[in-house]
Design a binder for this molecule. Structure first.
Ligand SMILES: [Zn+2]
Length: 199
């Protein structure tokens, strides 16, 4: 139906992107077909180079071109506090609110029975190792308030309760079912400033 095997191959690959269905994939492919060859070549080059250069910080799993990301290598940050989030986008959201001066830990997902994500694929073990090996005094668990986010928070809390570390969560202001990514800076600021220890 695509009248070209190559076009079909590109559309199939684009459809592997999150949130991209066949219609959007087709629109992207048409955009590329109409673009100058130089643009398509430079895009392909940028993608390959990004893949080679951008890696995950060995401490917190945020993106970085170096071993340590800009947060983990920033001496001005409070290194005794870690904010645990589900995704890279969540770090951007928290940073925009300008309320957190500690470090981060990106889980790269949540525990989900539905999607069948294996817990070992999440960076939970690495979080526990950080808490044990570094001088961490507070772990703020800031997952989504969805069923999966809450289940993940409870799981982490249980794991960390064996160690001498304060575990906190945002106290109020965040509705149930909310994804961190969509919380506005004012609400986020209020929620993080009012965080409370969970026992
Ligand atoms: Zn880092």
């Amino acid at each position: 139906m695509y009248h070209s095997e190559k076009l079909r191959a590109v559309i199939k690959k684009l459809m592997l992107f999150p949130g991209v269905g066949e219609k959007t994939a087709m629109r992207f492919a048409m955009f590329l077909i109409q673009s100058p060859k130089s643009f398509v070549e430079s895009l392909a080059k940028d993608i390959v180079e990004m893949k080679e250069k951008v890696k995950l910080c060995k401490e917190c799993f945020f993106i970085s071109e170096n071993e340590l990301c800009r947060f983990c290598s920033d001496e001005k940050r409070d290194r005794t506090k870690i904010c645990v989030v589900e995704s890279i986008e969540d770090v951007f959201t928290v940073e925009r609110a300008n309320v957190w001066d500690g470090l981060y830990h990106v889980l790269w997902g949540v525990i989900s029975a539905r999607e069948g994500l294996d817990i070992s694929q999440l960076k939970i073990k690495e979080l526990v190792t950080r808490v044990i090996s570094k001088d961490i005094r507070e772990v703020l668990i800031f997952t989504d308030t969805t069923v999966e986010g809450e289940a993940t928070a409870m799981y982490i809390k249980k794991l960390l309760s064996n160690f001498d570390v304060k575990i906190t969560r945002p106290a109020y202001g965040i509705p149930l079912g909310m994804e961190v990514e969509y919380i506005d800076p004012a609400t986020l600021k209020r929620a993080l400033s009012s965080r409370e220890e969970v026992k």
